[in-house]
Design a protein around this ligand. Structure first.
Ligand code: FAD
Length: 522
């Protein structure tokens, strides 16, 4: 049994921030336990390498959901990082914070202290913005935020098409206004991915008070009465116990609720069904699952500009010689935040990701020819799902039920997403390159046909949150300081604590959450 002041479970976006910030105090002994291995795969660090990582099972939990009732019974692929950096080591690097009202609504719903003006200082603290400091951006932080070094000419056509379709140009999705189309800024430093492991953990690794164990899968939080006292883990195949004064779960929106349930904190009936002793009956654990469901519109092109026909040898050479060219692209180069007719106010409710390549099934299905893909997702879905245990075996993948498209609003919004994407591809800027539709297939026109297409082809855009929701009501799993209700010495710090999805990608908000909690513990 080894002893530490703080044990952090999971070295993902949040866990790396906690480990780095909390070990700044040399008197605090910090242990970070990560189920995956070190981030040695070179494709993690080369931005366009994310394409090569799509079938890699070593650094990915490779989850699949239960059959989704409103998506034709499909089991949806849910990648999650299992490596130092967690999902920040395999994500698409788009840097977005969401809309300020997302946070104001968290606070109004009981997450006191989480209004946008409370969170902004921690976005700034985390950030090293290439364009310099301002009211909206920070410099000198561990998370490098830079402009893309290279983008495809088709992405310029996408931006021109957005403008003629009535979506104004913006050069910053994270400034005073979120609305508009533009190039994404990315979490990269000098053409390399800046994961949470690279930005936060690596510079802290030499500290004598920080210990990091990889291939350490935590299976249970151990208690003394109602106080968390340590964790049980399989470390490289051997069971070990670690004692700690404070246990911080940062396993992400799938694994943190799983670990709480394995430790007897969750819905009592469900725990009993799995022969797990009930420590705290907490129906909120694993409930409130939310995710951005996304639909790709794919068109074929006449030219050879897209990445479908990229010369990988030349791109690799250019990258390794000077970190230039397509190797530095995050593929999802351009985007937009759009206010749909459903919105009712000026807060964008659809996000677009433009990829100058044909993409189907997370890139696992290769389509013939050359083309482009426009991904669209409704930003604030109403559907709610669950994470549950399949069994008391910690090695068993949890049961994931996103329950996508459960609400009429969510279904209408997906139809709106397709119509918007088709409108953009129909603009003059694309007229001389687009040769025809791939998805939706020609002839898919009515709302019913589009919905059928959505049910066949929609996929996650990888933003599950909310399964250990913070708040001040009886179903909240953690309080606004992220302490687990009903026990002592245990907290959850990761994307699972978000009460509701933010209107954008979730990496920067997760890092902000960890920065804020670490600062409050200082
Ligand atoms: C393919 C993909 C693309 C994405 N693209 C973007 C993007 O472009 N921009 C953006 O902002 N967001 C993006 N996201 C989302 C973003 O990366 C995540 O929301 C964010 O990383 C979540 O951080 P987290 O700390 O909650 O969890 P994670 O980063 O997933 O970290 C959890 C860590 O805990 C470890 N762990 C889990 N269980 C255990 C256990 N029992 N014992 C020990 N360790 C454990 C995991 O292995 C993992 O390392 C993407 C995600 C994916 C998967």
């Amino acid at each position: 049994m080894s002893s530490h002041d703080i044990i952090i479970v999971g070295a993902g976006s949040a866990g790396c921030v906690l480990a780095a910030r909390l070990s700044e105090n040399p008197n605090r002994r910090v242990l970070l336990l990560e189920a995956g291995g070190r981030d040695i795969n070179p494709f993690i660090h080369m931005p366009a390498g994310l394409w090569q990582l799509r079938n890699n099972t070593r650094i990915n939990w490779n989850y699949y959901t239960e059959p989704e009732p409103r998506l034709g019974g499909r089991r949806m692929y849910w990648p999650r990082g299992r490596v130092l950096g967690g999902s920040s080591s395999i994500n698409a690097m788009c840097y977005c914070r969401g809309h300020r009202r997302d946070y104001d609504e968290w606070a109004a719903g009981g997450a006191e202290g989480w209004r946008f003006e409370d969170c902004l200082p921690y976005f700034l603290k985390s950030e090293d913005q290439e364009r310099g400091a301002s009211e909206w951006h920070g410099t000198g932080g561990p998370l490098a935020v830079q402009d893309l070094r290279f983008h495809n000419p088709l992405t310029d056509r996408f931006l021109a098409a957005c403008e003629t379709a009535g979506i104004p140009r913006t050069d910053d999705f994270n400034g005073p206004h979120q609305r508009g189309c533009g190039l994404y800024q990315v979490t990269q430093r000098d053409g390399r991915r800046c994961s949470a492991a690279r930005g936060y953990l690596k510079p802290a690794l030499g500290r004598p008070n920080l210990e990091v164990a990889t291939r350490a899968v935590v299976s249970e939080v151990l208690f003394d009465g109602d106080r968390a006292r340590g964790v049980r883990a399989m470390v490289r195949g051997k069971e070990q116990h670690f004692e700690g004064g404070q246990i911080m779960l940062s396993g992400g929106a799938v694994n943190s609720p799983q670990l709480l349930m394995l430790s007897g904190i969750g819905p009592a009936d469900h725990l009993r069904e799995n022969d797990i002793g009930v420590r705290v009956d907490q129906p909120g654990v694993g409930a409130n699952l939310q995710d951005h469901l996304d639909i790709g519109t794919v068109v074929r092109i006449r030219t050879r500009e897209s990445y479908d026909t990229l010369n990988h040898v030349m791109a690799g050479l250019k990258y390794y010689l000077g970190r230039r060219g397509p190797g530095t692209s995050n593929i999802a180069e351009g985007g937009a935040f759009v206010v749909s007719p459903e919105a009712g106010d000026d807060r964008p409710d659809i996000q677009l990701h433009f990829l100058p390549v044909q993409l189907e099934g997370h890139g696992k299905v290769l389509l013939p020819g050359s083309g482009m893909t426009l991904h669209a997702c409704p930003l604030r879905p109403e559907s709610r799902g669950t994470i549950r245990l399949r069994s008391a075996d910690p090695a068993a993948a949890p049961s994931i039920r996103p329950n996508y498209l459960d609400s009429d609003y969510d279904r209408r919004m997906m139809i709106e997403c397709i119509r918007l994407s088709q409108r953009i591809f129909g603009q003059e800027a694309f007229a001389d390159v687009v040769s025809g539709p791939v998805y939706p297939e020609a002839g898919v026109e009515t709302d019913a046909e589009i919905l059928d297409f959505v049910q066949r082809k929609a996929e996650t855009i990888y933003h599950p949150v909310g399964t250990c929701r913070m708040g001040n009501d009886s179903r909240a799993v953690v309080d606004p300081a992220l302490r687990v209700n009903g026990v002592q010495g245990l907290c959850v710090v990761d994307a699972s604590v978000m009460p509701a999805l933010v209107s954008g990608n979730t990496n920067a908000p997760t890092i902000m959450i960890a920065e804020k909690v670490a600062a409050e513990m200082a």
